[in-house]
Design a binder for this molecule. Structure first.
Ligand code: ZN
Length: 290
């Protein structure tokens, strides 16, 4: 399956690794009350929540094809990785990601840059692959773009508590060791078609990526939002947030900036098609079908 979105002279391809029910809503959103869930269930089910209030999530990369570069944004879970606390991601051995990448017409050797919006396990996995028992960069010519404070945070975390973040050792540090990391500020202007936007909170230095030109653009949001419920209630944090309050501020800022514009939001985890435009809803926002 290949899904592509054309915006001006840019083509965005979705590369899906997994899609289905993953986490219970009341655990995923620790401050979500049963009452608020009851109030919203009707519009969330069955597309965004299943019948058991599990979130329907997509795990995917976006491949942004500009006239100059092929940029892969986020790299999912990856194969053969030890993830004992996440059984559905533990030692995955699936050809779905590689097949869906091939369906775009591009292969691993075509990728110029890999951008990781943040360094969580489901955004860095295909950074590396196993070769003769060693983790090596999957994309042979790519530079990997990491935010400086994000990399610093996870490098330290890996040293103090490696079991809490096994993905750093197998999917992040090998990139740094291979001298393939471009360490940038999370507001880095990459070129005239690609700019990073700091959206901290979910992690310490999370960034989103704006691509295109004014009037013909898209924002690849990463994990600054996980569910349209967080557009209605921007202050609703999720369980893995570094700072949920700050994540709420980032959501209000970014959605306020793009509300009622043509800018397409390409979310990491909404179920397919995963995209939409931001519109006003009460004192907050909604993600309208594109
Ligand atoms: Zn994620």
């Amino acid at each position: 399956m290949s899904t592509q979105i054309k915006i001006g002279n840019i083509t965005i391809h979705r590369i899906v690794e997994q899609e289905g029910p993953f986490f219970e809503a009341l655990k995923f959103f620790p401050t979500l009350s049963k009452e608020l869930l009851d109030e919203n269930r009707a519009w969330l089910q069955p597309k965004f929540f299943d019948r058991n209030d599990q979130l329907m999530l997509c795990i995917q990369s976006y491949l942004v094809e500009t006239p100059h570069h092929k940029i892969l944004i986020d790299t999912c879970v990856g194969n053969h990785k030890q993830r004992p606390t996440r059984p559905f991601w533990h030692l995955m051995d699936s050809d779905r990601y590689e097949k869906n990448l091939a369906a775009t017409g591009f292969g691993i050797a075509d990728i110029d840059f890999v951008m990781c919006t943040h360094l969580h396990t489901d955004h860095v996995g295909w950074n590396t692959r196993l070769e003769n028992g060693r983790w090596v960069p999957t994309f042979p010519k790519a530079r990997y773009v990491f935010a400086d404070r994000e990399l610093d945070f996870w490098t330290k975390r890996q040293k103090t508590d490696p079991a809490a973040c096994p993905w750093v050792e197998d999917s992040v540090l090998p990139i740094v060791a291979a001298n393939r990391a471009d360490i940038v500020k999370s507001a880095h202007a990459f070129n005239d078609l690609v700019t990073l936007i700091p959206t901290p909170g979910h992690t310490i230095d999370h960034y989103s990526v704006q691509v295109g030109r004014p009037g013909a653009d898209a924002v690849i949001t990463g994990d600054m939002i996980h569910s349209p419920l967080q557009a209605h209630y921007p202050e609703l944090g999720m369980m893995a947030d570094y700072d949920s309050k700050l994540a709420g501020v980032s959501r209000r800022e970014l959605f306020g900036r793009f509300c009622d514009t043509s800018t397409l939001m390409c979310t990491a985890h909404f179920p397919s098609p995963s995209t939409g435009r931001i519109v006003r809803w009460r004192d907050a926002f909604d993600v309208a079908a594109a």
